[in-house]
Ligand binder design. Structure first.
Ligand code: G6P
Length: 379
């Protein structure tokens, strides 16, 4: 196929390491910037309303959404499910693309097929897009590469403005995907009559606060490093979280596996008693996301159970949860307390950073981990 040439407009600054040790570290430090840039495209700060680009279908008519993606993008989708269900009251089905492409789920016309991909080229996600197309659903993709195959094959695209992501392990593209999903959830909620203007203002204000809060999270690098020294000694690590922080735990475990080669598993904290609790001893550190959300007490009681069995607790919390967490945690990283809605976006930043700091201690090839590719274009 003949393609038109695209001349890059990227500056050396955008593709260099900018004084950081690795691309991953540089990209971690770009979280505040990319969240801000992505919000600029989707939010009117004067009216505190979400303003999406025009879509070729109506969000009012959508009866359900099917979300699919691979890797970190899939975990972003899992956070999106919580938001779409909770805020927009929209039924959501979600599956990894390598499964969805062969599942052939029954779907109403007018359903929304929501694809998430940094590269827009991942083979399984693209195949899932084509499979969803057979059901005549609306295809909306959240993509970082705007001239990608998925962009061409979608009915509409929402761009994450993360710039080039060079490290194989995704960081800034993930928070940009979450930012788009948060805005989309607000837009769908409004279209479905589920959101009054005051509540929209409240949620958008929380989003607009994010670049500052993300910078506060990055300022915790020393506390994260101290935690990394414990994790780097372990052979297995358990990640725990509840609600929209469960996908944050999954993202943390994936990142640790990808770049430090330490085995990690993520569990919904309440599910621990149905199996993984038998693994707990002092050699299996527990990394928990436990900021002060409505599920804080539940998570805390799961952590107490783990502690009673000799578990070493490394806890990401916030200023409101810190006092009670400090009574049981061996180490904590304390982030600013933010609106529940945006909590996963702030909390995931130091969780990704932990994997980075562990990889540094292990001396692995952080930006190019073994056996992995930035974009997996084969099945
Ligand atoms: C690869 C990368 C992951 C990424 C996944 C999905 O496995 O190593 O970091 O999350 O692909 O990539 P995509 O470009 O579709 O977001």
């Amino acid at each position: 196929m003949q393609r038109t040439q695209q001349v890059t407009t990227l500056t050396a600054g955008a593709i260099g390491k900018d004084g950081y040790r690795h691309y991953m570290e540089k990209e971690l430090h770009e979280h505040p910037l990319v969240i801000g840039q992505t919000l600029q495209r989707m939010v009117d700060p004067a009216t505190r309303k979400v303003v999406l680009p025009e879509l070729p279908f109506s969000l009012t008519e959508v009866p359900r959404a099917v979300i699919t993606a691979c890797g970190s993008a899939f975990y972003a989708g899992m956070v999106g499910r919580y938001w779409l269900e909770e805020i927009a009251r929209l039924p959501v089905d979600i599956d990894v693309a390598s499964e969805l492409r062969y599942r052939n789920p029954p779907l109403d016309k007018h359903s929304l097929g929501l694809l998430i991909s940094q590269s827009g080229e991942t083979a399984d996600t693209l195949a899932a897009l084509r499979a969803l197309r057979q059901s005549a659903v609306h295809i909306l993709s959240i993509l970082n590469v705007e001239h990608s195959t998925m962009a061409r094959e979608s009915d509409a695209m929402l761009g994450t403005v993360a710039g080039p992501e060079i490290s194989v392990a995704s960081t800034k593209a993930f928070t940009a995907q979450l930012t788009v999903l948060a805005c989309l959830s607000i837009a769908i909620a409004r279209a479905r009559g589920q959101l009054d203007p005051l509540r929209e203002e409240e949620l958008v204000s929380a989003l607009l606060d994010l670049p500052t809060r993300a910078a506060d999270a990055l300022a915790q690098q020393d506390a994260v490093r101290a935690m990394a020294r414990v994790v780097a000694e372990a052979r297995d690590v358990l990640y725990l979280g509840r609600g929209s922080l469960f996908p944050v735990a999954m993202e943390g475990a994936l990142k640790l596996k990808e770049i430090s080669y330490i085995h990690a598993e993520a569990y919904a904290a309440g599910e621990m008693k149905h199996g993984p609790i038998s693994l707990i001893d002092s050699s299996v550190p527990i990394v928990a996301s436990a900021p002060y959300t409505p599920l804080f007490d539940k998570t805390l009681s799961n952590l107490q159970e783990a502690k009673a069995r000799g578990g070493r607790l490394l806890v990401f919390t916030d200023t409101k949860g810190a006092e009670r967490v400090s009574a049981i945690a061996e180490q904590m990283v304390v982030l600013p307390h933010v609106h529940d809605f945006v909590t996963p976006i702030v909390q995931v930043i130091p969780v990704q950073m932990l994997a980075y700091e562990v990889a540094i201690l292990k001396g692995t090839d952080v930006d190019q981990p073994r056996n992995l590719a930035k974009s997996v274009t084969v099945e």
